[in-house]
Structure formats: structure tokens, C-alpha cells
Design a protein around this ligand. Sequence first.
Ligand code: TYD
Ligand code: MG
Length: 462
Amino acid sequence: MAKKPARQYGCTACGAVHAKWAGQCDACQEWNTLEELPVEPLAASSAARAVPGRRVKLEALQGVVQPPPRVRSGIAELDRALGGGLVPASVVLVGGDPGIGKSTLLLQAASRLAEQGERVLYISGEEAVDQIRLRARRLGVEGAKLELAASINVADIIATAEAEADVRVVVIDSIQTMWLETVESAPGTVSQVRACAFELIRSAKRRGFCLILVGHVTKEGALAGPRVLEHMVDAVMYFEGDRGHQFRILRAAKNRYGATDEIGVFAMTDRGLEEVSNPSALFLAERRGNIAGSAVFAGLEGSRPVLLEVQALLSPKGGDGAPRRAVVGWDSGRLAMLLAVLETRCGLKLSGMDVYLNVAGGLKVAEPAADLAVAAALVSAATGVPTSPGAVYFGEVGLSGEIRQVAQADSRLKEAAKLGFTQAVLPRRVARGSAPARPPEGLTLRESGHVSDLVSPDAQGE
Ligand code: TYD
Ligand code: MG
């Protein structure tokens, strides 16, 4: 009764299994790679009908490695964050808060690519074609030969992208609006977002175009946001910044084809995003020169380094009540502790002062590593001596005033060097000789063991 087992053919290049032999594998487009698979007689029970495994070809570790080809977008900051440009058949997820500028960035990038003669499809599930046209006019890119569509139907989008062989880039804005008929849930739900992304990614891999997915980070812990897609895509870029401020950072959180610590910096203007090729200039300009009470903190947001300016202002206490302690972007309990440490361990007179502390840019800092930068800002405000404009600070401060190690000093230093800073004040290494502190180029390290070094920097032994 057992049926004759069906023949199957496997591709030696990509592993796809086909029912019929063909000269070309239609999964990976390789020629002459299909081989008949050995088939065991079918077992009576269908549960045992697993496809038999094949020996995979084992390779030597050494070999010629070709760098992946790149399609440059023409926006240097974007290409830099991507690790040199888009890689054909790769999938990039661009995440960020609503309104941060994702559509603006991608419309600009897509237009640049189209101007270079690449065939680019820009599919929006959020805006009508007219709205995109208006935006393009505002951005001054309306002359680009970009192909637009407003659609949320993934099957239609794939059919459109695959109808032409020369499509190089497909932008989907946003994945949360996309919809697959076969999935019985609303757009934006985890299952719909995953299934849509899966189909689009398969199409990109099959046809070799670059796929750029926009994903909104939702406030509620990014439930159906970019997080559920991170493992499916080749690169994840987060577009960050404060909407009240003009600077934006495009940061690689994952990149199979490049480093994850690359960032691109932009400024949002009334004509779209402008590249900031010298980010330190932007950050230092925001600091308004050499004013006492300001220090730059080399922090980490998750695994990602970020530089922030900490500002402190002291003024003699008004009235009879307790002095004011106003904090924006940091923990007020932590501020109280630092003030006490600075008073008792460094002899600063702060108890008669109102203290205002602000993390510029509207970001919230949760790390104890910010202690040293906050202390530096407070000391600078108390003494009237500005911190060095090229200096960054990081380190945790203990109750006896000692400065403690914090995680990922290297990536903080790298980020500081990347943004043009020249000096880092950081905790003293615990064991000399261990962890060789090799500062990135352009950065000198000033190791410090105690916060009192901030008050009398010349007294510290190098
Ligand atoms: P947008 O790209 O629509 O954000 P997202 O796609 O991430 O939701 O950008 C929205 C904001 O950017 C909006 O508040 C207006 C502002 N903007 C400018 O300041 N200048 C411009 O040229 C454009 C197009 C937008
Ligand atoms: Mg948008």
C-alpha cells in the first residue's frame, strides 16, 4: 500500500528543496546546484515523513572573504551608520518614536538613490501619495524619479516589486500598517507585523533588492514594534533625538554587515534632515561656550553609547525654608547623595544654595555612571571654573567620595572620540596592568580615584 516516495531535489547552494529538477534554483538563482535527495521509503505513519538530512559541505575557516557589495545612498551619515551603504538583498529596520523623522530620512535617501539611477519603490501605508509629494517638495527632492505607492497590502507590494527585475531598493513605511490577508489579525499586531515582515524579507532575499522597513517604537514597551523584528532583519537602526531639539542620531543597534557602534548624526531643519558631518561641533555649540556648571557625560542607553550635557545652577537660597532641589532628567535622591558627598568629602558649601540640575536634550539618565559628570557640573557651578570643553566624564561616586568603575568604558571612550572630544575623566583602573586602557585616537585619559580631584585637578597624581 505504501506509495512510491516522491523524488526531491535540494539546492547545494541554499538548501532549498524542490519537487522538480531545474537548471536554476529559483530560491537563490544559482545554476546547476540541484541534486536529487536520497529518499527513504515512506513510512506508513505520516508523522515519520521528515525530509532526511543531507550532509552539509564543511569549509575551512581560512578563505577569501569578499566584502559585501554596497549601494551608497549618497547620504554619508546614513551610509556610515549602515557600515558603508546598503547591502543588496539585505533588510534594514529603521525604528524610532513617531514624529522623529523616519519618513523624512527615508524619503530623502530614496530620492538620492533614485537620482543616482537606482530603481526605488517607496511604499507608504501611512500617507497618501499627495502627502508624500508635498513632503518631497518641501525637501526639494520632487525631481527624483522615485516610484511611489500608497498601499498596505503585502501581497500586492511583493507582486509589484517582483514584477520588475531591476528594483534595487524597496522602502516600506511603516511595517505596522502592513497587512496580509492570510493572517487573521489587525495591522500592527505582533502576528501581523511578523508575518508581513517575513513575506517581505523572503521576497527581498529571493529577488536581491534592499528592503528598508520603518517601525515605530511604541511607548508601551515596543510590543508590536521593532523589537519583535530585530532578530529577523540584517540591520537595525534606531533614529533618536528629542523632538524639541534639532539633532537626531541614527544608531546601529544590530548590523550583520558592519559595526554596531557606528552612528550618523543629522539636524532637522525646515527643509528636512541635514547631515552633520562634524557632530562635536553641534554638541559643543549647544553647550554655549565655556560656561561654569556644565559637564558632558559619556553615557550608555541600553547597549548604545550616548553623550549628554549635564547642567547645574546654584543660587543662594531665598527665604527661610529648605533650599530648592530641582532636577530634570535625573534622580533627585541621587542628587541629594552627591551634594552630601561633595560637602563632607570635598568641603564645598552647598547647603545654603538652591540647586537646579538639568540633563540637556530632554533625555532621562538612569545610570549611576552619570555621578561623576553631575559632580563635575556641580563643582564647576560652585567654583565658577568651567570644565574643559573637550572633556567627558563618567564614573559612579560612592559615599566616601571614591570613584568606581562602570561598565563598557571602551564604548563610552570610542563614542567620545567619535564626537570629537579630547579628554575623558574616568575611574582609576582597579588592577594596573589588567585591561589595558588603550584610548581611542585623539582622546587622553585622566584617571581619577576621588571626587576631590574635581575640586583641585592639579593636585592629582597622574
Ligand atoms: P516624519 O518624518 O514624518 O516622522 P516619522 O516618520 O518618524 O513619524 O517627521 C515628522 C516631523 O519632522 C514633523 O514634526 C515635522 C518635522 N519636519 C521638519 O521639521 N522639517 C521637514 O522638512 C519635514 C519634512 C518634517
Ligand atoms: Mg512617518
